[in-house]
Write a protein of this length. Structure first.
Length: 372
């Protein structure tokens, strides 16, 4: 099957391209490279374009005639969404509308949408099921929910088939070391912790150690990016009609302190911690109930043991980031206000060691358009 992967040069998108190719599909990457990476495009053809550029998106459909579409294109920084919400609605919601219009005009098979547990807001019960109230608490979460609703309504009105996959905490890297996570700025816990282990940052801030949890820190559900990629492939094979939604998580939480403790063991390095005040809107526990995906998609998170998540992320950071910093010329040549590539050269300075013991393209400046 020919699959157009919008945002396929990003973190989850690139891992999904690999999974598609391994399953016998033909991925076609469509990305504006504002925060995606040219080095991550290793499977299938590449088309440069933005999800909100109708002409470029239509050209990609005409050229490749995709039989399915996956949409990873999004702005994905919660804090920034509070400051610049219109950008988030323009990309995350208007981008979905743009895609649906092109699908209607040129045709394709099912749509698989990269959604988020942020659509739930602060859950009333744990674990979180797909039937839980969706009440997001920030513009990022609201934009993802709005995109889901647009997709749901389009399925009902136009006879489209679509699957929304609500990730919990994506983490880890390809076990073969071919691709991995790299955001600028980096906000995800595990790469931030590993940056501290690599002396790239002074330490890690924990926002609150007085929650009603065993060690006082928040508990999160970390799911390996390879498992997320497998779920996208499974969604294509499931052949579901109309609109469907699934949570993707392990159902097992890990506290912030526990993640840091395991990272110290796996890297063999000290990691300094500073306790800060709680952040508004952080739920004490956020863990998925993924039984629906297990049953209906035949999906199982095989790689999401927290030690494996940390180890694959650490191996990726050690073995590849220096080479990427010196060879990703697409990002390094972009002006410093043109996206997320301004600090690539800093990667040469990382003191790394072996582990011990074990689109609207014209709006790209400062517009964190992440291929999730």
């Amino acid at each position: 099957m020919r699959v157009l992967v919008i945002g396929g040069a990003g973190y989850v998108g690139s891992h999904t391209c690999k999974a598609l190719a391994e399953a016998g599909h033909t991925p076609i990457v469509y990305d504006n490279l504002c925060t995606g990476h040219s080095w991550a495009v290793k499977w299938g053809h590449f088309e440069h374009g933005d999800i909100n550029d109708h002409r470029a998106l239509a050209a990609a459909f005409c050229k490749h005639r995709p039989e399915a579409v996956m949409n990873f294109a999004a702005l994905a920084y919660v804090g920034e969404s509070n400051v610049e919400p219109i950008k988030y609605y323009r990309v995350n919601v208007a981008g979905m509308i743009s895609l649906i219009e092109i699908v209607q005009a040129y045709g394709s098979g099912p749509i698989v949408f990269s959604s988020s547990c942020a659509t739930y807001g602060i859950p009333l019960a744990i674990p979180v099921t797909e039937d839980a109230r969706q009440d997001p608490i920030n513009p990022y979460g609201r934009s993802k929910l709005a995109a889901e609703e647009v997709l749901r309504d389009a399925c009902a009105a136009y006879g489209l088939d679509a699957t929304s996959l609500r990730y919990f905490n994506a983490a880890g890297a390809d076990s073969d070391g071919e691709i991995g996570e790299e955001h600028d700025p980096e906000t995800h816990l595990i790469p931030v912790v590993l940056e501290a282990a690599a002396d790239k940052r002074a330490g890690v801030s924990i926002f609150g150690d007085d929650y009603d949890t065993p060690d006082g820190t928040c508990i999160r559900d970390f799911v390996h990016v390879t498992d997320l990629a497998a779920a996208h492939v499974a969604a294509l094979s499931a052949g579901k009609s109309g609109f469907s939604a699934y949570n993707l998580g392990t159902g097992v939480g890990c506290s912030i302190q526990a993640v840091i403790a395991r990272a110290r063991v796996i890297t063999g390095r000290p990691i300094a911690v500073t306790i800060e005040k709680r952040r508004a809107g952080d739920p004490p526990v956020l863990v998925a109930e993924s039984a629906r995906a297990v049953k209906e998609l035949n999906w199982k998170p095989m790689h999401s043991n927290v030690d494996n998540v940390i180890l694959t992320a650490w191996n990726w950071m050690k073995q590849h980031r220096r080479e990427i910093g010196s060879h990703d010329t697409t990002r390094r040549q972009r002006p410093s206000n043109g996206g997320a590539g301004g600090r690539a050269g800093d990667l040469h300075q990382w003191p790394l060691s072996e582990p011990a013991g074990v689109g609207r393209a014209a709006v790209c400046p400062r517009d964190r358009r992440v291929g999730e």
